[in-house]
Design a protein around this ligand. Structure first.
Ligand code: AR6
Length: 231
């Protein structure tokens, strides 16, 4: 079951054997599985202050729409802490909807270290970006640009100068980047979600009619970009 995965660090073959011995084989199978895997953070729900209930419904809706369409791939929603509210909401709704937990599950860890520290095989990550596609700021954007090194900023500029809310852009990661060499990540997909934070650009002033549409568009664009990378 998915909750075993997020709470069970498996780093070595020996750990994995022990984990199987402990009859939590589903954790092992997630970790051993080498299907193309997209790890993504919950877009817009932290710095951009989007409502968590609404965001969790949209994640589930879009995962249901894409998970089978995409074939033999895995979609993994990631957050830093076991106390993550968005992970709990999405996990509960995924169980309720009987979504295949080998194709979609939640996972706790730093999205820039899921292979080296948590033993998860993954190849593509999503970033909750800003409209200028700039490094820094905070949250997952700062972590990804810091971990990827300057190569990501250069490669990003080659693809796009800016992003509209609801859009994404896929950036191939140069093989010099530590994210490529250490984690095996080949692409970063920058996604710009709707913003409800008055301190940030393009604030929607609590307009959740527009906000939900933009968040749906953002996940559609993300999963379509992932599909074109793996096809
Ligand atoms: N690994 C996994 N998940 C993370 C990590 C990490 N290293 N860091 C944060 N999260 P946020 P937003 C989770 O604020 O709301 C930036 O400054 C976090 O707990 O990064 O879309 C950009 O430049 C949350 O669940 O993105 C934009 O200006 C999720 O990632 C703005 O913030 C998204 O949180 C975007 O705001």
């Amino acid at each position: 079951r998915a909750e075993n995965v997020s709470s069970f660090p498996v780093n070595t073959a020996k750990d994995l054997k022990e984990c199987e011995d402990l009859a939590v084989c589903s954790a092992g199978s997630h970790i051993l599985n080498d299907a193309p895997t997209l790890a993504f953070p919950s877009i817009s729900t932290s710095d951009f202050q989007f409502d968590l209930e609404k965001a969790s419904d949209i994640i589930i809706e879009k995962v249901e729409e894409f998970v089978n369409k995409l074939g033999n791939v895995r979609l993994v929603l990631v957050d830093l802490s076991h106390r993550s509210k968005i992970l709990s909401l999405v996990k509960a709704k995924a169980t309720e909807k009987n979504i295949d937990s080998s194709k979609f599950f939640t996972f706790v860890g730093d999205i820039t270290r899921l292979c080296s520290e948590r033993g998860l095989h993954y190849n593509v990550i999503a970033n909750a970006a800003n409209w200028r596609l700039k490094p820094g700021g905070g949250g997952v954007n700062a972590s990804i640009f810091n971990a990827a090194g300057p190569a990501l900023e250069v490669a990003t500029k080659e693809q796009a100068k800016s992003l509209h809310p609801g859009k994404s852009v896929a950036v191939p990661l140069p093989s010099t980047s530590p994210l490529f060499t250490r984690e095996g990540i080949t692409h970063v997909i920058h996604v710009l979600g709707p913003n409800m934070n008055p301190q940030r650009p393009n604030c929607l002033n609590n307009d959740y009619i527009v906000g939900c549409k933009v968040l749906r568009d953002a996940y559609t664009s993300l999963f379509e970009d992932f599909a074109s990378i793996v096809k």
